[in-house]
Structures are given as structure tokens and as C-alpha cells.
Ligand binder design. Structure first.
Ligand code: ADP
Ligand code: MG
Ligand code: MG
Length: 259
């Protein structure tokens, strides 16, 4: 069992909704992890023992009744092993907090890279879309829907390889789901219309991102933060329906081909 004292805590690297993310280095390789999971060991050695610690305070978990989400985040992300999915190596807790030990993505959020660049070249956009599509196909095959794909949750490792992060909204996709979740600009029509949804919601956001990478902003951006769900949904269903149905067809074609 790990604890905070097994790590040297480095700089603060990210603000989460329920906690903070820190760069950290393991003081030594924990012997109990060397034994069973050989692949995990290799991945951690490759990481140079440098990891990211996502620290959530138990007080906040309590306040926002977020236990089930965090448990799901851990359980789901721990079971995923793909070059474009951020690895969750382990987790532990003490009196005050729950800590996720994550692979470190040294180049940070794709969001910042995109904002700095304005938009990407077609080649760069295609590379990210291909990585993302591969990772989503993998998740969907494992019956996992991410449900919060957006540039803030796509991280880049030291080599610039895309990693899907933040499985806080993820769910098992063996049945249709009803929770309204995700982020405004990336919400698919079935969620806005409060219908049941499945893994196709991730495919929708892949289409949205495809557009955003090339043009620099998402196609259905809300102008004001207080735009209601209603007017927002109405606005885009009127103005963008040809594009939205096109994106839906495109994504479904892609995934049908893959599986
Ligand atoms: P939340 O669930 O609260 O949105 P995230 O898991 O998305 O938390 O983390 C918040 C931010 O912290 C990310 O958007 C990113 O900027 C940074 N971050 C999180 N994990 C890592 C990591 N493994 N490597 C580098 N930065 C990270
Ligand atoms: Mg996030
Ligand atoms: Mg989250």
C-alpha cells in the first residue's frame, strides 16, 4: 500500500474540479507492485518513476457526494491499457484525501497547444484525430464510454503523443445511459434532447474536435456562459443541422469500419 511519503512532491501542474494535480517522483520502486503486474512495472520504469498525483480531498468528495464517480473513474481507468489512454498506475488514500497515481503527460493539455497555435494544419489535426479514434475504439470495445472528451482532457506526453485523460464521467456502456454530462460545446444532440445515449456520444465529440482542430473553435460554441441548454440546443439544431448530421454519419462510418 502506497502513501504520500513514498513520493517527493514537485510542482503543481493542474487544477481539477475536486482537487489538484502535482508532479511527483517515487522515492523508490514499491516492491509490492513489482511482483504481479509485469506490464505495469515496465510502464513505470519507462516513466522514470515520474508520475502525476491527482489529489482529491475527502471533504470535497463528501460535500459534492462524488464518491461513486471517483470510484468509477479509478475502476474504469485502471482497466485500460492503450498507447493513447493515460495510464492509471495505482491509487491510495489516507485520512484526508484520495490520490490517483497517473502517468505524467509532460506537454500538458491539447487545449493550450491548440489555443497557442490558433488552429492545426490538416496533417497535425489528422494525427490527433487518428490517435483519438483509435483510443475511443479501444475504450468502446472494452464497453467504456468516456463522455467528457474535450481538449482540456486530452493530454500530450513528452513525445507529443495524445492521451485521453480524466475518466471522471466515464461509464460502462452495456446499457443505454441517461445522465446529462460532459461540456456544453461538445454535447451531442441525444443528450441535449435528454434521450438515452451510448458510446456514440464519444463519436460525436470526435467529429466536433475534428472541426475545432482545423478551424480553431468548436462549431457549436455558446456565446455567453449563461446560454440556457434550451436556447443553445434550439440555436444549433436550426443553424447547424446539416453539419451535425454530416458529422454523425462520418463518425458512425469510421467506427463501423473499425469494428
Ligand atoms: P478534473 O476531473 O477535475 O477535470 P483532470 O483529471 O482533468 O481533473 O485534471 C485537471 C487538469 O490537470 C488537466 O486538465 C491537466 O491540465 C492536468 N493534469 C491532470 N493529469 C495530468 C497528468 N497525468 N499529466 C499532466 N497534467 C495533468
Ligand atoms: Mg478534466
Ligand atoms: Mg473529472
Amino acid at each position: 500500500e502506497w502513501s504520500m511519503s513514498d513520493f517527493e512532491i514537485g510542482k503543481y501542474i493542474g487544477e481539477g474540479k475536486f482537487g489538484k494535480v502535482y508532479l511527483a517522483r517515487e522515492k523508490q520502486f514499491p516492491p509490492n507492485f513489482a511482483s504481479d503486474e509485469a506490464k505495469l512495472r515496465v510502464a513505470m520504469i519507462q516513466s522514470g518513476y515520474v508520475v502525476a498525483l491527482k489529489v482529491t480531498s475527502k471533504a470535497k468528495l463528501e460535500k459534492y457526494r462524488f464518491h461513486a464517480h471517483l470510484r468509477r473513474e479509478i475502476e474504469i481507468q485502471h482497466g485500460l491499457d492503450h498507447p493513447n489512454v493515460l495510464r492509471l498506475f495505482a491509487w491510495f488514500q489516507d485520512e484526508e484525501r484520495v490520490v490517483l497515481v497517473l502517468q505524467y503527460a509532460a506537454r500538458g493539455e491539447l487545449y493550450k497547444v491548440l489555443r497557442a497555435a490558433g488552429h492545426f494544419t490538416e496533417r497535425t489535426a489528422a494525427t490527433y484525430v487518428a490517435s483519438l479514434a483509435g483510443a475511443l475504439a479501444y475504450c468502446h470495445k472494452k464497453q467504456v464510454i468516456h463522455r467528457d472528451i474535450k481538449p482540456e482532457n486530452l493530454l500530450l506526453d513528452i513525445e507529443g503523443r495524445l492521451k485521453i485523460a480524466d475518466f471522471g464521467w466515464a461509464a460502462r456502456s452495456n446499457a443505454k445511459r441517461h445522465t446529462l454530462c460532459g461540456t456544453m460545446d461538445y454535447l451531442p444532440p441525444e443528450m441535449i434532447e435528454k434521450k438515452a445515449h451510448d458510446h456514440a456520444v464519444d463519436n460525436w465529440t470526435l467529429g466536433i474536435l475534428c472541426y475545432e482542430f482545423i478551424y480553431g473553435s468548436p462549431p457549436f460554441e455558446a456565446d455567453e456562459p449563461d446560454d440556457t441548454l434550451r436556447s443553445y440546443g434550439l440555436r444549433y439544431s436550426v443553424f447547424f443541422s446539416p453539419l451535425s448530421s454530416f458529422l454523425n454519419i462520418l463518425c458512425h462510418m469510421y467506427f463501423e469500419q473499425d469494428s
